[in-house]
Design a protein around this ligand. Structure first.
Ligand code: PLP
Length: 401
């Protein structure tokens, strides 16, 4: 065991030597995953309530995903978008069949999917006189780390230091329809938002807010861009969170769990908008890579053809009840928020010590914003695992008083 600890310290030292220091990492080297469990180099087991920030929604090392990757990797793993590839076409067909959209564009990450959405909205806006280019986004939102997407992001800490920022982004308070209405002018092309703010601290808007946003878009002829990079692919109990709201966007972005862990991003759009992207207007060397697409096909099929979404809703409801019970016991918990298997508790105190304590006791959870504990388990998490986490949270919250 002493040896293993030394090995781990060795990796941490090498990481510090060779990798730019952009992440506040936990002192654990994860080497293996299976279902909702992962293991570190020392052989310690952890129950995963994090899913790599809502990426491994089907669980780690999902056998059907592994088979699809293996099969594809033996055929071909890259050729470029200057040729047709079957997994990409089949994935697009599946996504279109199960969504509002008519066309897909593939890339490699969430930021790229949003970047594509911003470009599509702007090129769409060029048809008007004066041209429309402004995009209204929400305070507290998160849309990525490229220059355009960090400008779209409604968090000052993400933007600070990178000025001058691209023009044409306005931020308004989330869940405030009047502020949104006031921000629209004749140069606005789109409203872009997350159905539930993830990095903002699992902020769920009030009922019918998204419907009102959609109505505003219709009234002013604006595009509605939904960033479902965190809420999509079953996280909130539906394939896409917009399904619960009785609305349809014009553009939707996906990434994270689309391929259950392989890098992929996608932008979906209606034909009316997608036609403004023509040959040469946008591209990505790796976008729609055959291996990532083969994995993503399994993810979509599993979500729509099995009982996993029903199951996740039931366990999610159980989780919510347990968190609410915990809130009754601990005054330090100010609020329980979430939907499906996307949950958070807001504390009166910093959340990081609780995250560290849970890690030491074999549970991976995450702090988002300073005082919010976030839980994003794989959709296959069991009630028993939920109860295990709740009892540890119960003890640690007591201890933190
Ligand atoms: C809602 C949302 N949009 C965009 C992104 C950026 O995705 P990526 O890190 O893949 O660029 C994230 C990442 O956390 C996100 O949660």
């Amino acid at each position: 065991m002493q040896n293993e600890k030394l090995k781990m310290r060795g990796w941490m030292a090498k990481d510090a030597n060779y990798i730019m220091s952009t992440y506040p990492r936990h002192p654990v080297v994860i080497v293996k995953g299976d279902g909702f469990r992962v293991w570190d180099e020392e052989g310690n087991e952890y129950i995963d309530f994090f899913s790599g920030i809502s990426v491994c929604n089907l669980g780690h090392s999902h056998p059907a995903v592994i088979s699809a990757i293996e099969e594809q990797i033996h055929r071909i793993f890259h050729i470029s978008n200057l040729f047709y590839t079957i997994p990409q076409i089949e994935l697009a067909e599946l996504l279109i069949k199960h969504s509002f959209a008519d066309k897909a564009f593939f890339c490699n990450s969430g930021a790229e999917a949003n970047e594509a959405a911003i470009k599509l909205a702007r090129i769409w806006g060029k048809q008007f006189s004066p041209p429309r280019y402004k995009i209204i986004t929400m305070e507290g939102s998160f849309h990525g780390r490229t220059l355009a997407t960090l400008t779209a992001t409604g968090q000052e800490k993400v933007r600070r230091g990178f000025e001058p920022l691209p023009e044409g982004f306005l931020h308004v308070p989330f869940d405030n329809i009047d502020a949104l209405r006031r921000a629209i002018d004749k140069e606005t092309c789109a409203i872009m938002l997350e159905p539930i703010q993830g990095e903002g601290g699992i902020i769920v808007p009030s009922a019918h807010y998204l419907k009102k946003v959609k109505e505003l878009c219709k009234e002013h002829g604006l595009l509605l861009i939904l960033d479902e990079i965190q809420t999509g692919m079953g996280r909130t109990g539906c394939l896409f969170a917009y399904e619960d709201e009785g609305i349809k966007p014009d553009i939707l972005t996906l990434a994270k769990s689309l391929a259950n862990g392989l890098p992929i991003g996608a932008m979906l759009a209606t034909d009316e908008v997608a036609r403004f992207f023509s040959k040469g207007t946008h591209a990505s060397t790796f976008g729609g890579n055959p291996v990532a697409c083969a994995a993503a096909k399994v993810v979509v099929k599993t979500l729509v053809e099995t009982e996993i979404l029903d199951y996740s809703r039931q366990v999610g409801y159980f989780f919510k009840q347990q968190l609410e019970r915990l809130k009754e016991k601990h005054r330090i918990i100010k609020e329980v928020r979430g939907r499906g298997l996307m949950w958070a508790i807001e504390l009166d105190t910093p959340a990081a010590p609780i995250v560290d304590a849970c890690l030491k006791r074999g549970y991976l959870i995450n702090a988002v914003q300073e005082r919010v504990l976030r839980f994003l388990p794989p959709l296959i998490i069991t009630r028993e695992a939920v109860l295990g986490l709740i009892s540890i949270l119960d003890e640690e919250l007591k201890r933190s008083l």
